[in-house]
Design a protein around this ligand. Structure first.
Ligand code: GDG
Length: 511
């Protein structure tokens, strides 16, 4: 079973960048930090007889790595590299970074059935569509749940073995809805438990279709802190808790759940991106070289208006809706034919799942239809990039694109929107942004907001984003850049660590 390169932002592609700026992570615990995530920060694989290491290159994994190095912490994750077992000790641990170990990577092994039923099954065919309010795409099988529970037990056991009294255990995402309660049962209040749920939390009316809705919320309420990207997901989680547990007392203002003598704080932390790194790489010679080469190879004219979309091929990202809006745009405004190019950077994801095979086919067919309908010998309206780009190239693409189109039908946050903004070194571009992406809560006042289903209005908004005055666009972008810079990835992590530390202190005082 192969792993995907961009399953989560935390597992961004190998990008070969060597000039990483370590994140600050100023408020990270100085000891005893245990991170639990599905994807691992370093993976070992065979290249012939040699063992090579893939390193964290972007997103949360790269941001957390220096924090872990300073905290001498432990990272518990699925060891999915084909040489991962070769390098661990008898307790499945390996010191990382390999050349100068500063923290421990504790690997958890999953066999093919576990990957199929816990990962592709319960996590990605039940929880993913459920949390994105897409009931029609849920495929539920009882053994998915049994396996999810068993794998959560494996990760919980590993976390218990690695944690010390006073540790902060930080769970990442929907793969671990049960593990917090398992850890709490073993370690009691000696540890602080925090969880960040990277995807939306739906309304209770949607969530209650889940046969294990109660067990999952119970699992999460074992945490001292549950974080979501935006307030709306927090409110929807609290409404679910209210509906499900008669005995829970909810302080709606403070965002606290009091139940069975314990308290869980539910709070929003809109995730940020590493703006320093993006700015540096977007302005690099490599970024320029990529852009020049790319434009030349794909026949994009110097003065073309270029829009970009960057996504995992996922049905939540609204890619067919976006291409249909482009079709409508070219149909309604013929003056843009030959002048406008849409670059779709799409990476295959979760291809074992039928719904993902369907979205891949739909995106290709829709793009081909638009190209067949409008394309000419020297102009291709929709240009696809399927390979993973090095970060430098990706940020070069962002920097030079006149617009970014983010049209998710549901999205926890959407880091692409923030990365695009961070890469606008001259404040020149425009962000066309779905009302249904979490990031709309932070950038929506200055982005060109769209509803991905409202094809005509979407097309009109694209036109406005192109034809508004440069001053108008710059003003919007300036505000957005201030916002993403002020709450970048470091600030986000600091916020979570500070909040968790305060909760840990409060628990210790009440003992
Ligand atoms: C989940 C939630 C939430 C993509 N192609 C390349 C590449 N990427 C990177 C982007 C970005 C990441 O992948 C995708 O992040 P998103 O936030 O858009 O989406 P998900 O993968 O669905 O992530 C989402 C996120 O978790 C964080 O909490 O925002 O709502 O669904 O960073 O840059 N990176 C490189 N080359 C590519 O070709 N280097």
């Amino acid at each position: 079973m192969t792993s995907e390169q961009t399953d989560e932002a935390a597992a961004e592609s190998p990008d070969g960048a060597t000039d990483e700026s370590p994140a600050d992570g100023g408020s990270a615990p100085t000891e005893g930090l245990v991170v639990v995530s599905n994807r691992e920060p370093y993976s070992h694989s065979y290249d012939g007889d040699e063992i090579t290491v893939d390193r964290p290159v972007g997103g949360l994994t790269a941001g957390l790595d220096p924090v872990m190095q300073r905290a001498s912490g432990t990272w518990v994750a699925w060891g999915d590299g084909d040489a991962d077992r070769e390098v661990v000790d008898e307790r499945d641990r390996v010191g990382v970074p390999p050349e100068d170990p500063a923290y421990t990577l504790r690997r958890v092994w999953l066999d093919d059935d576990e990957v199929k039923e816990y990962y592709y099954g319960y996590s990605n065919q039940v929880l993913w569509p459920l949390c994105h309010s897409d009931r029609g795409r849920i495929t539920y099988e009882p053994r998915f749940w049994e396996r999810y529970e068993a794998v959560n037990r494996k990760f919980a056991d590993a976390a218990v073995a690695e944690a010390d009294p006073g540790s902060l255990v930080w769970f990442q995402d929907y793969h671990f809805g049960l593990a917090p309660a398992m850890v709490r049962r073993e370690l009691g209040d000696d540890v602080t438990l925090a969880h960040f749920w990277h995807i939306p939390w739906p309304t209770w009316d949607d969530f209650r279709v889940c046969p294990q809705s109660r067990e999952l919320m119970e699992g999460l309420l074992a945490n001292d802190l549950v974080g979501f990207h935006v307030d709306r997901f927090c409110a929807q989680f609290l409404e679910g808790v209210d509906a499900c547990f008669d005995e829970a007392a909810i302080d709606w203002t403070a965002g606290e759940v009091h139940r069975g003598g314990s308290t869980t704080l539910v709070k929003s932390f809109p995730m940020g991106v590493d703006t320093d790194r993006i700015e540096r790489l977007a302005g690099s010679d490599g970024a320029e070289a990529f852009w020049d080469r790319f434009r030349e190879e794909r026949g994009i004219a110097d003065d073309a208006v270029v829009a970009v979309g960057v996504d995992r091929l996922d049905y939540t990202k609204g890619i067919p809706e976006r291409i249909r809006a482009i079709e409508y745009f070219l149909e309604s405004y013929p003056e843009f034919r030959g002048e406008f190019v849409y670059v779709q950077k799409a990476s295959e994801s979760r291809s074992e799942i039928p719904a993902y095979q369907e979205i891949q086919a739909e995106v290709s067919e829709t793009a081909e239809r638009v190209n067949d309908r409008f394309g000419t010998d020297d102009w291709e309206p929709v240009v696809g990039i399927t390979e993973m780009l090095p970060a430098e190239s990706l940020y070069g693409l962002y920097r030079h694109a006149d617009l970014a189109l983010v049209s998710s039908v549901r999205d926890g946050m959407n880091l692409v929107a923030e990365e695009y903004v961070a890469a606008q070194l001259d404040n020149g571009g425009a962000l066309v942004l779905s009302d249904f992406a979490g990031v709309d809560e932070t950038l929506g006042d200055y982005a060109y907001t769209i509803n991905p289903y409202a094809t005509r209005e979407f097309a009109e908004t694209v036109r406005a984003a192109i034809t508004d005055s440069a001053e108008e666009r710059r003003e919007r972008m300036r505000h957005m850049r201030q916002l993403v810079t002020a709450y970048d990835l470091d600030a986000w992590m600091d916020d979570i660590f500070e909040t968790a530390a305060a909760l840990g202190d409060a628990t210790a005082e009440s003992d």
